[in-house]
Design a binder for this molecule. Structure first.
Ligand SMILES: Cc1cc2nc3c(=O)[nH]c(=O)nc-3n(C[C@H](O)[C@H](O)[C@H](O)COP(=O)(O)OP(=O)(O)OC[C@H]3O[C@@H](n4cnc5c(N)ncnc54)[C@H](O)[C@@H]3O)c2cc1C
Ligand code: SF4
Length: 507
């Protein structure tokens, strides 16, 4: 095994790792960025619904086991930029209340060890880095903040009419904050209908490759290894420091040494990496004196909804511009939070035809195309609560097992019911709802919770492992609660905060 020294190793290039690489690139430290996947190629298939949804061209083929031991293909992408290459780029700040303990229908959502004000300056920086477009003043749950770096994307004609009708219903629709590069400008985003779940063929989506990794690689001190899978972290004598990472690259096992390691493999894979790194000094997995590594997995309760009208063809191309946060903190008629409703990118016929990872047979494609051409798409999202039994474990043969039983379902169902009412009032004849249930891993978080007490958390408030002095984790695994807005901007903001902290160690 060859040993290669660096000052810092970052494992994973998604929202956490890609942002971290960009933030530390200017430090002059010799940084190795390790990514198991390759660059997503720029090609016509980027925007092909058939390639992306029927052929699953960019998804992992890896299979995980569920709580019953049944295999399933997680909705995950391994490549430079991680899942951000496929995200909808809806880049929300958590609400101020999300940082505090909050009573939900199904129990309490715990407080974070930092408050909104601590993260606010890093949200500002993350919004600049990811070029977020948005508008202040309409969202009843908006935390204290200044203006967005870029003005909100205007609603298309059809969505503008819907927004007016939502206001007439007494609701407070607000612009969705979106990370898009130069929309409308030459070479910029063209506001197309293949954004959410598709990679951007123009590289005009604010993702962690474009805004993070590429910017980092302009610095000669940053090296990226693709096709490089971290399989174990090895501690030295005493077991309090990571000495090396064992990386499988081009079929060769390489031992990479550094004084500092930042893990950012995504909430499931980071937990799995620490569990696979069990040793005599750490028999239950690395950094696991609390017993919490892999536990408290959360992923949001999410239902896709569509309002359908047989005589109204939906001519909107770029649809995801509006959110309804009226029920985020309570109600209607309920003292507890229900969650968020946001408009979604357009559904394509083939997307409607795919359920889980299989195509529905028997109904012709034209029927799906006809149907989705007359639909307006929404995402209804609620918070799921951390439970110790919802967890990632690693089987003796190395496979990941994800055991998850959804909770807070009643609140989510109330939100779906409320969304149905709203859509019916908008004049849609039929409202359809579809949930990926427990197999939706897109918003995975919480498996390495951060906190001040090493008995009840894995990471400290700067995302350093309590047990391992030179190990940080900056992906979504640090979340103590899942909140009910998209997680990406919070991951990026905390990565910037941790990067500032690490900079002092590199000096
Ligand atoms: C279709 C889709 C739409 C989404 N839309 C939104 C949205 O609009 N807004 C939002 O905020 N969020 C959205 N999300 C969620 C968002 O993408 C994730 O929350 C975010 O990417 C998580 O960042 P991360 O750093 O935790 O992990 P990831 O982005 O998953 O990055 C993890 C990285 O680690 C690499 N890796 C994993 N294991 C190893 C290993 N052992 N060795 C080396 N490398 C490894 C992976 O290949 C990957 O590059 C969406 C997700 C999907 C899939
Ligand atoms: S052009 Fe704009 S809307 Fe289309 S995929 Fe790229 S970033 Fe998304």
């Amino acid at each position: 095994m060859r040993a290669i020294p660096f000052d810092l190793v970052i494992i994973g290039t998604g929202a956490g790792g890609g942002t971290m690489a960009q933030a530390l690139a200017g430090s002059g430290a010799r940084i190795l960025v390790v990514e198991r996947g390759e660059f997503v190629p720029t090609e016509d298939q980027n925007w092909s619904p058939e390639a992306v949804w029927r052929d699953m061209r960019y998804r992992t083929t890896e299979r995980w086991l569920d709580e019953c031991g049944n295999p399933f293909v997680p909705y995950m992408h391994y490549g430079v930029g991680g899942n951000t290459k496929f995200w909808g780029s809806v880049l929300y700040r958590l609400r101020r209340e999300d940082f505090q303990q909050m009573a939900h229908a199904d129990g309490d959502s715990p407080a974070w060890p930092i408050d909104y004000e601590t993260l606010a300056p890093y949200y500002d920086r993350a919004e600049h880095l990811y070029q977020v477009h948005g508008g202040v003043g309409d969202d009843p749950t908006e935390p204290p903040r200044g203006p967005f770096p870029h003005a909100a994307i205007p609603h298309a004609r059809g969505m503008a009419a819907i927004v007016d009708q939502l206001r007439a219903q007494g609701l407070h629709p607000s612009p969705l904050p979106l990370g898009l590069l130069d929309p409308g400008a030459p070479g910029g985003c063209i506001l197309c209908n293949t954004c959410n779940s598709f990679p951007c063929k123009l590289q005009a989506k604010s993702d962690a490759e474009v805004c993070g990794v590429r910017a980092a690689l302009r610095h000669p001190n940053v090296v990226l290894w693709t096709g490089a899978l971290a399989q174990r972290l090895l501690t030295g004598a005493g077991g309090t420091r990571v000495q090396a990472a064992e990386i499988v690259r081009h079929g060769e096992v390489v031992r990479v040494e550094a004084p500092l390691f930042v893990v950012s493999c995504g909430a499931v894979n980071s937990a799995a990496l620490l569990l696979r790194s069990a040793s005599d000094a750490h028999p239950n997995g690395l950094a696991n004196s609390s017993g919490l590594v892999g536990r408290r997995y959360m992923a949001h309760l999410a239902t896709m909804m569509q309002g359908f009208h047989p005589f109204r063809v939906n001519d909107t191309v770029f649809q995801k511009t509006v959110a309804i946060n009226d029920f985020y903190l309570s109600g209607p008629g309920r003292p507890y939070p229900l969650g968020q409703i946001q408009s979604q990118g357009r559904t394509h016929g083939v997307m409607a035809q795919v359920v889980g990872d299989t195509m529905v047979a028997g109904i012709p494609r034209w029927a799906y195309d006809w149907w989705v051409a007359r639909g307006v798409d929404w995402l209804v999202m609620s918070e799921d609560l951390p439970r110790n039994d919802n967890r990632v474990t690693v089987e003796p043969d190395g496979r990941i097992r994800l055991s998850y039983t959804a909770n807070n379902l009643a609140a989510h169902q109330q939100l779906v019911t409320e969304a149905t009412r709203i859509l019916r009032r908008l004049g849609f004849w039929k409202v359809m709802a579809h949930s990926h249930r427990s197999k939706n891993t897109t918003h995975q978080c919480g498996t390495l919770v951060f906190g001040t007490d090493s008995r009840s958390s894995v990471l400290d408030p700067y995302c350093r492992a309590h047990d391992i002095e030179n190990l940080f984790v900056v992906d979504a695994s640090f979340f103590p609660s899942s909140a009910a807005v998209n997680p990406g901007l919070t991951i990026a903001a905390q990565a910037l905060r941790v990067a500032d902290h690490i900079t002092t160690e590199l000096r």
